[in-house]
Design a protein around this ligand. Structure first.
Ligand code: NAI
Ligand code: MG
Length: 367
């Protein structure tokens, strides 16, 4: 049997810098854990535009459809700011998400103990935090019709439509329940069923899907209360399921409970492929960070944690994902810090490559 395939799209700015460190980790798992991948690399974003005149070539799109998982760095940068909207770097990413139909966006908010003092909240409230927000990614108010700015009498009206079909709710709910089954069997669904019909339907469908997962403790919460509870007592949650708009806000809010943008991974999953694996795109939450690009300052952990998610959700290697996360925890506990994780002045930060090497050394020590 051939190895699982991994398509790597480093992208722009710090994307290639952090991805070089992920390559070290991938090589380590191949050499030391017998987990070999068929890795291929291609262009996305501005780097693809420079070569092909488009931010994602058809050939790359086809490779992404066939890969067992896609790992992306980041796209964009000032060099491309004046490009026409249709060929902007971000469109490459949007095309991937859309054509792979990645409807379930997983955004963990996990607090590494060594970084708990980085949070804007008190240590007690965030230490040990480990929650997962599942955001519906392909429907809802960002896509619903009618939309637009229209003339109405003597003024204009801006319209967007929140729209969810039962099947759209059902498939993302199922992916959240499956996730809850692998975690602590606790799921809280958030909408505004008090004021939105789409929320009423959401609650009804989630409750129905929940009948197939009797072991999962399901609760419902209005999303505005959810926002309050997230900053008041985030550890009450395990998996949170919500729609595209609320998920956009709640996942950013939850992520920031834990500190730096340089630490945040994400996964976007779609329907199962013929081999049973879901279509999957893994990427850090951060962008291409043009302000620090090319200087060896970027924190590669967000991208490395995205690979840990790939191990867990695409390749069923939960124990190896745990090993990788523990190695990162160890390195942070040892005080190794890229510049974004430095609280005190006068402490020397390590480079992107030194952080990657420290994680590889911690992996070696785990054997
Ligand atoms: P950004 O995430 O690139 O940077 C925001 C701030 O966080 C900057 O000060 C940056 O230096 C810092 N930062 C980000 N990642 C870091 C890391 N790994 N290590 C250390 N520091 C890090 O967001 P910004 O500045 O709004 O956007 C820059 C470019 O990235 C734009 O072209 C934007 O369109 C694009 N972008 C791309 C995304 C993607 O590829 N998914 C997401 C967000 C923005
Ligand atoms: Mg957002």
């Amino acid at each position: 049997m051939s190895n699982p395939s991994l398509l790597i799209l480093p992208g722009d700015g710090i994307g290639p810098e952090v991805m070089a460190e992920v390559r070290k980790i991938i090589d380590w798992f191949g050499a030391k854990r017998g987990l070999a991948f068929d890795v291929s690399e291609d262009l996305v974003g501005g780097s693809a535009y420079d070569v092909h005149g488009v931010p994602l070539a058809d050939e790359t799109m086809a490779k992404a459809q066939e890969a067992d998982a896609v790992l992306l760095g980041a796209v964009g940068g000032p060099k491309y700011d004046d490009l026409d909207f249709s060929v902007k770097p971000e469109r490459g990413l949007l095309r991937l998400r859309k054509e792979m139909d990645l409807f379930s966006n997983l955004r963990p908010a996990q607090c590494f103990d060594a970084l708990a003092d980085f949070s804007s909240l008190k240590r007690d409230i965030v230490a040990g935090l480990d929650i997962m927000i599942v955001r519906e990614l392909t429907s809802g108010v960002y896509f619903g019709e009618p939309r637009g700015i229209f003339e109405e009498g003597n003024e204009r009206v801006g319209i967007n439509t929140q729209r969810y079909t039962e099947s759209e709710i059902e498939r993302v709910a199922r992916s959240a329940f499956e996730l809850a089954m692998r975690r602590n069997k606790k799921l809280c669904s958030m909408e505004k069923a008090n004021v939105m019909e789409s929320g009423i339907l959401w609650r009804e469908v989630v409750t129905r899907v929940g009948k197939d997962y009797p072991e999962v403790q399901l609760s419902h919460m209005y999303a505005d209360n959810g926002a309050m509870q997230l900053v008041r007592a985030p550890k009450q949650f395990d998996v949170i399921l919500t729609d595209n708009l609320f998920g956009d806000l709640l996942s950013d809010c939850a992520a920031m409970l834990t500190g730096s943008l340089g630490m945040l991974p994400s996964a976007s999953l779609g329907a199962p492929m013929a081999n049973g694996r879901p279509k999957a795109l893994y990427e850090p939450v951060h962008g291409s960070a043009p302000d620090i690009a090319g200087q060896g300052k970027a924190n590669p952990i967000a991208c490395i944690l995205s690979f840990a998610m790939a191990l867990r959700y695409s390749f069923d290697q939960g124990a190896e994902a745990d090993r990788l996360e523990a190695a990162i925890e160890q390195v942070l506990a040892d005080g190794v810090r890229t510049g974004d994780l430095l609280a005190e002045e006068g402490v020397a930060p390590v480079s992107t490559a030194q952080m990657g090497d420290a994680i590889v050394a911690a992996l070696d020590a785990s054997l």
